[in-house]
Design a protein around this ligand. Structure first.
Ligand code: DX5
Ligand code: ZN
Length: 220
């Protein structure tokens, strides 16, 4: 499974989002973090900005919704043209209904788990989603350090996906960099979000390529 690199524009310049999307034109998708001051203690951007980002992005947009009540708010992000819409398991009332709705609207559906949320309740529902996002930091802010305690969860999720012969991606988000990407890949992740590691690099395209090559050597 080839490694996919999704830089997070949370570490971009919010006054120059279009320019900074073009800086990652060689990435596989742009990861856009939507935060609402309720589900997480931070606020980023909402639907009107998201819609414009989809329009101007040179790569598909991967929406990560860190918001309360995604059952109500997430479908509009699929309607906006996101390639994938990921909502948090902890916030959703009816995750299967929501995932089905996102797929019906043409987006890939992702379910995100905070570091302390177990994956086991979702293992029998894997066929309903296209991606599991294992948060490798507590959601809310960029630049935090990778939590190694999430690696066993990634391994268990990957084993269940293989056992059921499904094509479900495992995304990791938070603290992903040259020093952590290999162990995330080795554990079974195949989609790698990196904010500060990519946008903080002197040469952004080169950093994307380096991270992709490192992950590729360790993905299964
Ligand atoms: C954090 C966001 C991440 C964030 C990652 O809650 O979901 O996408 O941008 O930033 P880094 O890669 O700097 O940890
Ligand atoms: Zn994110």
């Amino acid at each position: 499974m080839p490694a996919l690199i999704h830089p997070s524009i949370l570490s971009a310049d919010f006054a120059n989002l279009e320019r900074d999307l073009h800086a990652i034109a060689t990435a596989d998708a742009a990861h856009v973090d939507v935060m609402d001051y309720h589900f997480v203690p931070n606020l980023t951007l909402g639907l009107p900005v998201f819609e414009r980002l989809v329009e101007v992005s040179p790569v598909p947009v991967d929406g990560h919704l860190m918001i309360a009540d995604p059952d109500r708010w997430a479908p509009a992000y699929a309607e906006a043209g996101a390639a994938s819409v990921t909502f948090h398991a902890e916030a959703a009332q009816a995750p299967v209904r929501l995932a089905r709705e996102l797929r019906r609207l043409g987006a890939r559906a992702g379910v995100a788990l905070r570091p302390a949320t177990p994956v086991e309740p979702y293992l029998d529902l894997l066929a309903e989603v296209d991606m599991i996002l294992v948060m490798t930091v507590e959601p809310g802010f960029g630049g935090q350090s990778f939590i190694d305690g999430t690696l066993p969860k990634i391994r268990r999720a990957r084993a269940a996906i293989s056992e059921q012969d499904l094509d479900v991606h495992i995304q990791v988000d938070g603290g992903v960099s040259r020093s952590t990407i290999e162990r995330a890949a080795e554990a079974g992740a195949n989609v790698f979000v990196a904010g500060s590691a990519v946008y903080g690099a002197d040469d952004v395209p080169a950093e994307i390529e380096t991270l992709r090559a490192m992950a590729d050597q360790h993905t299964h």
